[in-house]
Each structure stands twice: as structure tokens, then as C-alpha cells.
Design a protein around this ligand. Structure first.
Ligand code: FEO
Length: 179
């Protein structure tokens, strides 16, 4: 059974993961609007991944006899000055999420909730990848600078990203079927 404190904190994280999904969907739409379909594809997949993160937390709360509360999602930014700014925001956001995950780990330890602390290790590792993939693209964008052909080459590279669920979604839906 989850403590009320832990339940509240995970519910807050579910909202934060869904907010992340909104943010990346908004970035996908920004990239579509400036004709960079490959960048849009990368962001769209990122948004889908965030939903799976939320679902993993959702399942954990249900499995531990807690109650998931789906609350309002705050609005997200809708425009960026350039692809570089959008990815700098992505990186900053992921660093913030890493902090949120670390705080949850600290809470789980202080609550002596080893099951939750164990589940959170997956997110600790996932955040390493989340930060590094954004920072890799920032480096490329900085090298490209104002070179349009370089930007289109990167757009082609990002277009091939495919959605690979980071978790087995069938484990996280009530009927055992992937959403
Ligand atoms: Fe759910 Fe991008 O961290």
C-alpha cells in the first residue's frame, strides 16, 4: 500500500509527465509550421514516450492500491525562436524532470517504500538517455549554425526515428492490451 504522501507525489508526477507530452506535441506543431517534418517527427515520438512514462506511474499507483487522480494540465509554450531554442528548452526541461525523479527517489527512501524506490530506478536510467539525446541534437544544431543544407540533413536524420515503447505497454493497461 502506498502512503498518502507517496501517492500524492506520484500523482503530481503523472501530471508532470503528461505536461511533458503536451510540451513536445507543441514543439512538434512548431516544427511542422516551419516545414521541418523530421524534427516534428522526433518531437511527436517524444510526446508519445512521455505518455508511456505517465502510464508506468499510473500502473504503479493502481497496483499498490492507490488512487490515480487525473488533473488539469497547465498550458505549454507554443512558439520558439529557432530549432536550437526548442532543443535548448527540451534539454532544460529534461534536467528539471531528472530533479523531480530524484526528489521522488528521496521521498520513497524516507518513506521506507522500497518497491517505489525500485520502480523509480527505471526512470533514473531513462533520464540519462532523455538528457543526452537532447544535448546531442543541440551540439549538431550549433555546428550547423546558419547552414540551411545542414539543417535539412539533420531533418532527414530525425525523420527516421520510430516509436519503440520504452516499456511493454500491455503490462500497463487494465485489459492487457496495448493502447
Ligand atoms: Fe518523462 Fe522526458 O521524461
Amino acid at each position: 500500500m502506498l502512503s498518502k504522501t507517496m501517492e500524492k507525489a506520484i500523482n503530481k508526477q503523472i501530471n508532470a509527465e503528461l505536461w511533458s507530452g503536451y510540451l513536445y506535441l507543441s514543439m512538434a506543431s512548431y516544427f511542422e509550421s516551419i516545414g521541418l517534418k523530421g524534427f516534428a517527427n522526433w518531437m511527436w515520438i517524444q510526446a508519445r514516450e512521455e505518455t508511456t512514462h505517465a502510464m508506468r506511474f499510473y500502473h504503479h499507483v493502481v497496483e499498490r492500491n492507490g488512487r490515480v487522480l487525473i488533473t488539469a494540465i497547465d498550458k505549454v509554450p507554443t512558439d520558439w525562436k529557432s530549432p536550437l531554442h526548442a532543443f535548448e528548452d527540451t534539454y532544460k526541461h529534461e534536467v528539471k524532470v531528472t530533479g523531480l525523479i530524484n526528489n521522488l527517489v528521496n521521498l520513497a527512501i524516507s518513506e521506507k517504500d522500497h518497491t517505489t524506490a525500485n520502480m523509480l530506478q527505471w526512470f533514473v536510467n531513462e533520464q540519462v538517455e532523455e538528457e543526452s539525446s537532447a544535448s546531442e541534437i543541440i551540439q549538431k544544431l550549433k555546428l550547423i549554425g546558419k547552414d540551411t543544407s545542414g539543417l535539412f540533413m539533420l531533418d532527414k536524420e530525425l525523420a527516421v526515428r520510430i516509436f519503440t515503447p520504452p516499456i511493454d505497454l500491455t503490462l500497463y493497461t487494465p485489459a492487457g492490451t496495448a493502447p
